[in-house]
Design a protein around this ligand. Structure first.
Ligand SMILES: C[S@@+](CC[C@H](N)C(=O)[O-])C[C@H]1O[C@@H](n2cnc3c(N)ncnc32)[C@H](O)[C@@H]1O
Length: 220
């Protein structure tokens, strides 16, 4: 992880003050995470566009499901912002969230962020390739979330690894100028075509200043 130049105490104090002012456990957890991992890309993962996209994900999930899950698996989970936002939301009742990311640098950051927020639930972060997981083993997920579909080469191949009937939430986007986005789509219809879900509960688009994000909720 590249070392970045900003005043760690300044960011920590500001976040801690904002946490106190708003009474937000999530902001408090972010402050503690910044203090322990000052070089983590928390500003990027928690920028206003990322937060808006994840609020949209959370709202649609709350609207289109009962919000109660035993085991939620998050693919390409990065530093664990979406699990933190799910744990912080009373509309959800989730026993465990497991986050999987191929980048070994992110698991300790995701675990720090979610440690206290998980409360009586369990959060674990794993370094793993999402193409190499057993989705049908013990503690198999009843919801698989992948908001990183634009980062994986072959969405149909990855979806073929999931047991038929497994509930999924997928997000992709048309932000083609980002070099790590190897599989952007131009519309929600294109995403739906790639995913070919057996049941489609929700399909939508969310316009942001520089790009549009697309989302599907359904079953493989
Ligand atoms: C930039 S992040 C998240 C972007 C996404 N739009 C979001 O906010 O959820 C994408 C993550 O996907 C991870 N990733 C890419 N390919 C992967 C794979 N095959 N298995 C697991 N994680 C992967 C990367 O390491 C990275 O942390």
């Amino acid at each position: 992880m590249a070392e970045r130049s900003f005043n760690k105490d300044y960011v920590f104090d500001l976040l801690r003050g904002a946490a106190r002012f708003t009474g937000s456990d999530l902001l408090s957890a972010l402050a503690e995470t910044v203090a322990e991992f000052p070089d983590a890309p928390i500003d990027n993962a928690f920028n206003h566009k990322q937060v808006a996209s994840k609020q949209w994900a959370r709202d649609m999930l709350a609207t289109h499901t009962r919000g109660t899950f035993d085991h939620v698996w998050v693919m390409g989970g990065w530093i664990g912002i979406l699990p933190a936002m799910l744990f912080d939301d009373a509309r959800f009742n989730i026993k465990t969230i497991s986050s999987f990311d191929i980048d070994p640098a992110v698991a300790p950051i995701a675990e720090k962020l979610n440690q206290k927020l998980a409360g009586e639930a369990t959060f674990t972060a794993h370094t793993a390739d999402m193409y190499a997981l057993d989705y049908a083993g013990p503690d198999a997920p009843d919801l698989v979330i992948n908001t990183s579909c634009e980062h994986i080469e072959d969405l149909p191949k990855w979806l073929s690894l999931l047991p038929r009937g497994c509930r999924v939430m997928l997000q992709s986007n048309n932000y083609t100028s980002e070099p790590t986005h190897v599989n952007c789509v131009e519309s929600v219809d294109e995403l739906a075509q790639q995913a070919a879900l057996s049941e489609l509960t929700y399909a939508g688009a969310f316009r942001l200043p520089k790009y549009t994000r697309f989302m599907l909720i359904g079953r493989v």
